[in-house]
Ligand binder design. Structure first.
Ligand SMILES: [Zn+2]
Length: 508
């Protein structure tokens, strides 16, 4: 008798789809059995007929218990990981960012490792470097030994988290030596600082001006500069939160020349535009990069649907409205970042449906039209969603056993009905804050059943806190992970084909 079977669901992997029973035992998927076969005996059977079953989400970009200047995000690993599970994410990756220049990268990471023991889902960690000194290479080696195979650097935030170009270049070289990945926050600091100062001089420095102070060209210019350093050092680079089509296209151009570069975006850049800064609550949307113009959002969504963007991560940063409202008159003193680990799945899924429908059907180009909203998600879109939400973040970040539903992989599973729509109610969410930037938005893609490491943590009865069962996931090197056979290439995976259809046209 096995632990659990998810029966009769449409099992969606990034490489294919089939109606099948997913068999779970000892925390892992042990078999994916064709739905024409009898449901295997199990302690618990969950019927997923008419619903999609996807691998648990991997959120490669979360800030948990982060201290930046005078501010600290309000959640801890217990709260964030529970909210992640509510939202269909079963693995989160946090950052060990030194709180200031007196804390070493290694100490920052070790502090986070200690806090992460409270996590309810699996946790990975990125390192971060602010300044180069002769101890950095040994620290990076130690981080790699601990399973921390990536390092983030900021091209902006002078005086707090910014790394100078010399530092970025040297760390890239070290990461190549250690088979690691370099994470980059790309905004051109000199342009951003000058633009912000000009607005301050003109008295236009309140939250309603945030988008004007950090122009798109500052992001594109920084990506261009970093790509030159990546080409020079041969470093694999992952750009966090790309918000402009120009930045994404620069990555695509570099990849066309064989460079190992990756593009991430965040849910908010796909559905919110800079009109939010003239809305009633502009402080809800204080983040960097800021929301962009309507045209930019539309162009970014096309790239989200066509495969130019590789991952969608939350950039989860949990401040509450008291913190957000303290300095609305001066964006330089505001805490920037949005809560989002729990809403990543529905926001990204809805954006992908709308963008995908717009791409495939020019008549339905108005993404808000009822026709687009009610259209059945093509199988290509479900598979593409799994790629962005789970498979690619697992592969790029070197998380073996994550991101696919195949025998031997972790039993991290999400069951949802792609047709079910629900409105966001910030007060009903579970993150350590009191608002959601997506308040009132009608979204599809809400998890109904969530399984983490074989435990059912969310079902029709509600949430079942598994306690601090989250594991720290030691990651593989970048080339090491790239060299692994893709899960879909095995004989098991080969049984997946884009032949099934959800609900067989039952008006979904
Ligand atoms: Zn971030």
């Amino acid at each position: 008798m096995t632990d659990l079977v998810i029966a009769h669901g449409l099992v969606v992997n990034s490489f294919g789809t089939r109606v099948a029973h997913v068999v779970v035992d000892g925390g892992r998927v042990t078999a994916v059995v064709d739905a024409s076969e009898p449901v295997p005996a199990a302690d618990r059977i969950i019927d997923a007929a008419g619903r999609a079953v996807i691998p648990g989400g991997v959120d490669g970009h979360c800030h948990i218990a982060q201290v930046t200047g005078p501010y600290r995000t309000l959640d801890d690993f217990a709260v964030t990981s529970k909210a992640a599970l509510w939202g269909g994410t079963t693995t989160i990756i946090d950052f060990g960012i030194p709180r200031d220049r007196s804390e070493s990268p290694l100490d920052a990471a070790k502090n986070k490792l200690a806090l992460a023991r409270e996590a309810r889902c699996d946790v990975g960690l990125h390192g971060a470097v602010l300044d180069w000194d002769e101890t950095v290479p040994a620290q990076l080696e130690e981080l790699a030994r601990l399973g921390i195979r990536s390092v983030k650097m900021y091209m902006t935030n002078r005086g707090t988290t910014m790394a100078e170009n010399d530092t970025v270049l040297k760390v890239m070289r070290e990461m190549v030596r250690l088979d690691g990945l370099t994470y980059i926050h790309a905004e051109h600091d000199a342009i951003t600082v000058a633009c912000t100062q000009e607005h301050a001089d003109a008295g236009a420095i309140g939250i309603e001006h945030l988008h004007e102070t950090r122009p798109e060209l500052a992001e594109d210019a920084s990506v261009r500069e970093v790509l030159a350093m990546a080409e020079f050092t041969h470093a694999p680079v992952y750009f966090v939160h790309q918000s402009t089509p120009g930045a994404v296209d620069l990555v695509a151009e570099a990849r066309s020349r064989g460079l190992p570069i990756h593009s991430e975006t965040c849910p908010h850049y796909l559905v919110l535009d800079d009109g939010v800064y003239s809305s009633r609550f502009p402080e809800w949307f204080a983040c960097c990069p800021p929301m962009r113009s309507r045209e930019t959002v539309a162009a970014l969504r096309e790239r989200f649907a066509d495969g130019s963007i590789h991952t969608v991560s939350s950039d989860h940063s949990c401040y509450d409205l008291t913190q957000k409202r303290e300095h609305v008159e001066d964006i330089r003193q505001m805490p920037h970042g949005l809560p989002g680990v729990e809403t990543r799945m529905p926001v990204a899924f809805t954006a992908l449906l709308e963008a995908g429908n717009a791409l495939s059907s020019p008549a339905a180009h108005d993404a808000g039209s009822p026709a687009a909203a009610e259209g059945s998600p093509g199988l290509g879109l479900l598979e593409r969603f799994v790629e962005l939400f789970s498979a690619a973040p697992a592969r790029i970040n070197g998380l073996p056993g994550k991101g696919a539903i195949v025998p031997g992989y972790d039993a991290d599973l999400v069951v949802f009905d792609p047709a079910e729509a629900r409105s966001v109610d910030g007060t009903a969410l579970h993150m350590g804050t009191d608002f959601s930037p997506f308040e009132g938005r009608e979204l599809r893609g809400w998890p109904q059943v969530v399984v983490a490491a074989g435990r059912v943590v969310l079902d029709e009865q509600g949430f079942h806190d598994p306690g601090p069962t989250g594991r720290f996931v030691s990651r593989l090197g970048y080339r090491e992970a790239s060299a692994l056979p893709a899960p879909g290439s095995s004989s098991r995976g080969g049984e997946f084909a884009a032949a099934a259809s959800l609900g067989s046209g039952e008006g979904k």
